[in-house]
Design a protein around this ligand. Structure first.
Ligand SMILES: Cc1cc2nc3c(=O)[nH]c(=O)nc-3n(C[C@H](O)[C@H](O)[C@H](O)COP(=O)(O)OP(=O)(O)OC[C@H]3O[C@@H](n4cnc5c(N)ncnc54)[C@H](O)[C@@H]3O)c2cc1C
Ligand code: SF4
Length: 328
């Protein structure tokens, strides 16, 4: 590991001052960043530990929740209001990593964890445009079973690995940021980028910007929601495909719904086309399949991951059917 300085911030202003250096990184639970530093893929000159920043989950006047960025994943998943009012979020977090990792990992760090593309981690032997722009991508013609089927580019076919972020995408979360230019908010769905020709640029955060909190708007529909993750092993594996969904059915019609997919793209994928196809229409298996077909119409398979297209469709249908009480 390359040597680095370490400091611990007591509040946001201190974190921003200490984090202003070009080669400085914020340290959450360290469960991704430290691994990347061990592999010398990340080589920050300084780390600013932000786990001492406020780590509270507070109720907002409008009925939503404000979640401090230093809240640990376990604390968020176990919070009573999250379990009862946003069950898809609780389930998504508990579907990820292991209990030990969830105890360490923070909400802010989960958003910015980096892809699990094996070629990205193989600094010694593989070409990767995300690690080194312009180098090439060994995944495109390599072993790409876990890679993207939606929104990928000729430069990068990696997926975003987070489970929690899929639920946040479906829930219309809002990310609170602080930086040298002051504070601002970003809709969650605008935080992560598709790869285009710059896969090294992964988010819309500005240099040195700190995630301070995640806001969950009040969403009565979210009380009837779930998260399903399909993976090679039943635990301790990243998603091949995952679905976060909430559905409200009235007299056999889909009154409203939220739908997002994981494991399929460079960012958590909000399924706008499927939502549009279903809203106001019949809550039937046939309608769910038509919506899934519409969402996956632009999917492009790679050599090893064509199975993901049908897997995503079937998972969407199964999850919507379960929530709507419609048997297949
Ligand atoms: C073996 C293993 C299995 C895993 N399985 C899964 C899985 O199945 N599903 C899943 O979703 N995840 C999984 N993970 C990933 C895990 O969820 C992430 O490592 C974790 O969420 C990262 O959070 P952290 O607080 O440890 O982040 P860190 O490692 O501390 O930081 C990650 C990045 O975020 C930045 N950062 C941290 N906090 C902030 C902030 N507040 N503002 C700005 N930047 C910040 C850091 O600078 C760094 O770039 C797994 C990890 C491991 C090691
Ligand atoms: S898919 Fe993306 S992360 Fe993986 S090797 Fe290619 S450029 Fe790198």
């Amino acid at each position: 590991m390359t040597p680095f300085d370490y400091s611990r911030a007591g509040d946001v202003a201190e974190a921003l001052r200490a984090g202003a250096g070009v080669q400085t990184k914020f340290l959450g639970g360290g469960t991704n960043l430290i691994d990347l530093m061990r592999e010398t893929i990340e080589r920050p000159a300084a780390l600013v530990d932000i786990t001492g920043l406020p780590a509270e989950i507070t109720a907002r006047d409008d009925g939503g929740l404000l979640i401090g960025a230093a809240v640990r994943n376990t604390a968020l998943a176990e919070h009573r209001a999250v379990r009862t009012r946003y069950p898809m979020l609780s389930r998504a977090i508990l579907a990820g990593a292991s209990a030990q990792i969830r105890n360490m990992a923070t909400v802010g760090g989960n958003l910015l964890q980096r892809t699990r593309c094996a070629y990205f981690y193989d600094d010694a032997g593989s070409r990767c445009n995300k690690r080194q722009p312009g180098q090439g991508c060994d995944a495109i013609d390599g072993f790409n079973r876990n890679h993207a089927i939606l929104g990928a580019s000729e430069s990068c076919v990696a997926t975003h690995p987070s489970d929690m972020c899929v639920a946040l995408a479906a829930l219309d979360a809002v990310v609170h940021l602080a930086g040298s230019g002051g504070q601002r908010t970003l809709p969650f769905n605008d935080v992560h980028r598709l790869p285009g020709d710059r896969p090294d640029l992964e988010t819309m955060l500005r240099p040195g910007e700190l995630i301070t909190a995640i806001e969950l708007p009040a969403q009565p529909i979210a009380a009837r929601s779930t998260y399903r993750k399909v993976r090679d092993r039943s635990s301790y594996a990243f998603a091949l495909v995952s679905v976060a969904a909430a559905v409200e059915v009235e007299r056999g019609s889909v009154k409203d719904l939220r739908l997002a997919l994981g494991g399929v793209a460079h960012k958590p994928w909000r399924a706008h086309k499927a939502e549009q196809a279903l809203r106001g229409g019949p809550a039937t298996v046939e309608a769910f399949r038509a919506a899934a077909e519409a969402e996956l119409a632009d999917a492009v398979p790679l050599r090893d991951n064509g199975f993901k297209i049908e897997l995503a469709k079937r998972t969407i249908i199964a999850v919507l059917g379960e929530l709507a009480g419609v048997a297949r």
